[in-house]
Design a protein around this ligand. Structure first.
Ligand SMILES: [Zn+2]
Length: 480
């Protein structure tokens, strides 16, 4: 067992050689079991071909990655910037030399990796559109020489059409795991904490969990919420990880069954934006304020709230996140995973919108990682006004979330000039629909018609994301 999960990895003392499945020159060095690397000439020219050979268990590799990442949370900004520039340069060289999609994309745009000298040049790197990535064949997006039988394949949900297949080599699998663990450790995770994770597809269990190290109970989102609640009450989990919708259903089940549950130390909400109503419900019933984490199947989790919940810290040592808007404005998120080599993701226009970071904005927690003030989800989850301004869910929450009689709400833009407001009220006898609608109308242009409708309740399938704002108007420059 130990031998099978053990690798021999050569690692250069000053360049990236050996730290990934590919050397900077693109040669596959693989993190294959029992692979011995013996010779290396340093590309960074800061050493004279020094190298070291180390024996590592895969779990120790993950531990080292987590430790490095946590230290990076407090790096001075200039060190973080130099780190990003160095890794992006290596990634560009690798992708251009080994991945047909990037070579074609960059050749068509007249871009060469050597044109990237610092982050000031980042906008010269062509964008990778989601539609282009989805339409490409596997041999087009994978680095030459990749052994697909050694890869883990993960798929996006395909909620906007065709699912996207991501191939992760052995290193990327560890890397993505470490990126997710890092966020837990930032919030005081301990190896003895028992975790409850509720997913569509339960993840793997490990023999170490039987020894009491990182014990975890996987439950399916297809199980009844009462079953989740009973499991939580019985096993008294310290950590809960699930999507916002699932957490809301869990809290409702605990409350309606009148169960006594011990407050978990940490609740992680991911996979979808955590609406304030779900946060309040979970906090009230489970007695712990959830941490909202943002990530993508394509590149793992990369933005997360700290204990102060003042925006989302970006894991900038592992991901380069750009928001294409002036500081403080809302724009599309563009993501680069700085470590993925098997299937690189470089300047990926992921289709989600966020508020742009402000230069020099700091957080009271002391971490130096950049902060995204707000994440808004997909562009289609907003109302498009005739002057091209967009109204995102916080606008509607400001008005609707303050009304105690509203149980649920949904805003749907049916056409350029019509918005439908659906309300589920706690007590239909106390119908104040018109006065609530009048509040919203005051903020809308006069030529937008607001139609109101009372509904009993919005029901969601277990794996369905809650969408409180929906637009049937297609974004003009959709990359999807
Ligand atoms: Zn913070």
């Amino acid at each position: 067992m130990w031998r099978r999960s053990c690798w021999l990895i050569g690692q250069c003392a000053c360049c990236d050689w050996g730290n990934s499945p590919f050397s900077p020159s693109g040669e596959s060095i693989g993190l294959r079991p029992i692979t011995l690397q013996t010779a290396h000439r340093c590309k960074a020219l800061r050493c004279s071909g020094r190298y070291s050979l180390r024996v590592r268990c895969s779990h120790l590799t993950a531990l080292k990655l987590i430790r490095q990442a946590r230290a990076a949370s407090y790096w001075p900004p200039e060190k973080l910037r130099a780190h990003q520039e160095h890794h992006l340069r290596l990634l560009l060289e690798h992708a251009y030399a080994n991945v047909p999609l990037y070579r074609r994309l960059y050749d068509e745009a007249g871009f060469r990796p050597e044109q990237f000298r610092s982050l000031a040049d980042v906008k010269r790197i062509p964008l990778l559109r989601k539609g282009v990535l989805k339409a490409a064949a596997a041999h087009d997006v994978l680095a030459g020489g990749t052994d697909r039988s050694q890869c883990t394949v993960v798929c996006t949900s395909g909620s906007t059409g065709v699912p996207l297949k991501m191939y992760l080599g052995p290193f990327e699998t560890q890397w993505q795991r470490a990126a997710a663990w890092r966020i837990l450790f930032e919030h005081g995770y301990r190896w003895t904490d028992r975790t409850l994770e509720i997913r569509m597809t339960p993840g793997p269990s490990h023999w170490m969990q039987k020894l009491g190290i990182a014990p975890k109970d996987w439950l399916s989102i297809l199980d009844p919420p009462l079953f989740w609640a009973q499991c939580l009450a019985k096993k008294k989990h310290q950590i809960i990880v699930a999507s916002a919708t699932t957490l809301g259903a869990l809290a409702e089940a605990v409350e309606s069954a009148g169960l006594e549950v011990k407050a978990p130390r940490l609740i992680i909400s991911d996979s979808e934006t955590l609406p304030p109503s779900a946060r309040e419900l979970v906090h009230r019933v489970l007695k712990t304020d959830p941490i909202d984490v943002f990530g993508l199947v394509e590149v793992s989790n990369f933005a997360w709230q700290c204990e102060l919940r003042s925006g989302y810290h970006v894991s900038a040592d592992s991901h380069l996140v750009e928001i294409d808007a002036a500081p403080g404005d809302i724009g599309p998120m563009i993501i680069t995973d700085l470590q993925m080599r098997t299937m690189p993701i470089i300047r990926y226009d992921c289709g989600d919108m966020a508020q742009s970071m402000r230069e020099g904005q700091t957080c009271g927690c002391g971490r130096t990682l950049p902060i995204i003030p707000q994440v808004f989800g997909r562009a289609i989850d907003s109302v498009l006004l005739p002057d091209n301004r967009r109204l995102y869910w916080p606008f509607f929450h400001e008005i609707l979330g303050a009304q105690e009689e509203i149980l649920q709400w949904r805003v749907t833009q049916t056409s350029a000039r019509e918005i439908r407001l659906q309300l589920a009220l706690l007590d239909r006898e106390m119908d104040r629909t018109e006065s609530i609608a009048a509040e919203i109308r005051k903020q809308l242009p006069r030529d937008i018609e607001l139609v109101t409708e009372l509904v009993e309740r919005f029901e969601y399938a277990p794996n369905q994301k809650v969408r409180q704002v929906i637009s049937h108007i297609k974004p003009a420059a959709s990359g999807t």
